[in-house]
Design a protein around this ligand. Structure first.
Ligand SMILES: NC(=O)c1ccc[n+]([C@@H]2O[C@H](COP(=O)([O-])OP(=O)(O)OC[C@H]3O[C@@H](n4cnc5c(N)ncnc54)[C@H](O)[C@@H]3O)[C@@H](O)[C@H]2O)c1
Length: 321
């Protein structure tokens, strides 16, 4: 199958592209940046915030995109860091423009489209387990959250108006290989691992903040299962129009995370604890039973194991010196 992946130079996009190639799919990436990790698949470098639709209401895409004739599109391109979008909210609007680009590409090619949404759409609900119907769209905690809510709304409208087959995934704190893009952004796990390894102090915003950390291989297995379900109806033909949580399904506090990194590195963290920052979700544990039922999703990597795998990858890749 030919799969077009937007945001293919990012962490999830790179891992997904390599997984799909390994099982025999053809992949074309779209991203505004070249891929720093892999040249194994072709990439169209373009800025997806530039509208593909002209005044004549017809969409035009780069020749390579049209010629590729995708069977499905996985839309992952975004500004993906919550706190950055609290400081620079205009980037949240760019997320919506990118989603429009991807939906127009799917409409033009008449193919199914999958969306990398986020647990941020639930807001900071302080409940223990989050099931898909619990999203209440008046609770956007941050411009990033608002951009994902808007993206989900656009997906729903394209399904209704143009009959597009859609599948929305809500990811949660994905970590693992290809996430050490330090100049661009650094997420909590790469940041803590690097600083604890080097003996540098860390500030932990929210000691008891409880999050559902997802190893990237579990995340991309779920996306691949979603592609199959949309295109060949296996393991379930009932996924079109669905919204599905993809996470590990267990909560860990940031205090737990620091302890696990200490254990895996053999180093003691110099940690200072501070209140959570504006816009942050402080508690999220996904209910992943829908993913299990509809996609046969079975996450394999608890944080205890994933942290060790991530640190091994960092060491082998030279990130820890
Ligand atoms: N990683 C997570 O924990 C997580 C959690 C929830 C949701 N998500 C969502 O999943 C998707 C993938 O996340 P990721 O971790 O791989 O993020 P990432 O930042 O590593 O990748 C996103 C990619 O989008 C590209 N991009 C940004 N603006 C663009 C533009 N104007 N035109 C073309 N490309 C552009 C970036 O260059 C980047 O390569 C994102 O939409 C993100 O919001 C991620």
């Amino acid at each position: 199958m030919n799969i077009l992946i937007t945001g293919a130079s990012g962490q999830i996009g790179t891992n997904l592209a390599l997984k799909l190639l390994a099982r025999g799919d053809q992949v074309l990436g779209v991203d505004k940046r070249l891929n720093a990790w892999s040249q194994a698949f072709p990439l169209v470098q373009t800025d997806m915030t530039l509208s593909p639709t002209g005044a004549d209401n017809r969409s035009r895409f780069p020749e390579q995109v049209t010629a590729f004739q995708p069977h499905a599109i996985v839309h992952l391109a975004a500004w993906a860091k919550v706190h950055q979008l609290v400081k620079e909210p205009a980037k949240a609007l760019e997320n919506v423009a990118m989603t429009f680009w991807a939906l127009e590409a799917a409409r033009a090619a008449k193919v199914p489209i999958l969306f990398g949404s986020s647990r941020e759409v639930y807001g900071d609900i302080l409940r223990h387990v989050t099931e898909e119907s619990m999203a209440d769209f008046v609770v956007a905690e941050s411009p990033y959250s608002a951009s994902k809510i808007a993206g989900e709304a656009f997906f729903s409208s394209y399904a209704k108006c143009y009959g597009l087959k859609t599948l929305v995934f809500r990811f949660s704190n994905v970590y693992g290989r290809y996430d050490n893009d330090l100049e661009r952004m650094e997420r909590v796990i790469p940041l803590f691992v690097r600083k604890i390894w080097k003996g540098e102090p860390i500030t932990v915003f929210g000691r008891n903040k409880m999050l559902d950390f997802t190893y990237v291989d579990d995340c991309v297995s779920g996306i691949a299962a979603g592609i199959d379900a949309l295109l060949i109806g296996l393991p379930s033909p009932r996924v079109a129009g669905q919204t599905i949580n993809l996470a590990y399904g267990q909560g860990q506090t940031l205090y737990d995370l620091v302890s696990l990194i200490e254990l895996a590195t053999g180093k003691q963290a110099q940690a200072t604890y501070a209140p959570s920052q504006t816009g942050e979700v402080t508690r999220y544990v996904a209910d992943i039973s829908k993913a299990r039922t509809l996609l046969g999703y079975q996450p394999q990597t608890p944080l205890t194991k994933g942290i060790q795998m991530y640190i091994t990858w960092c060491r082998e890749s030279g990130f820890l010196g």
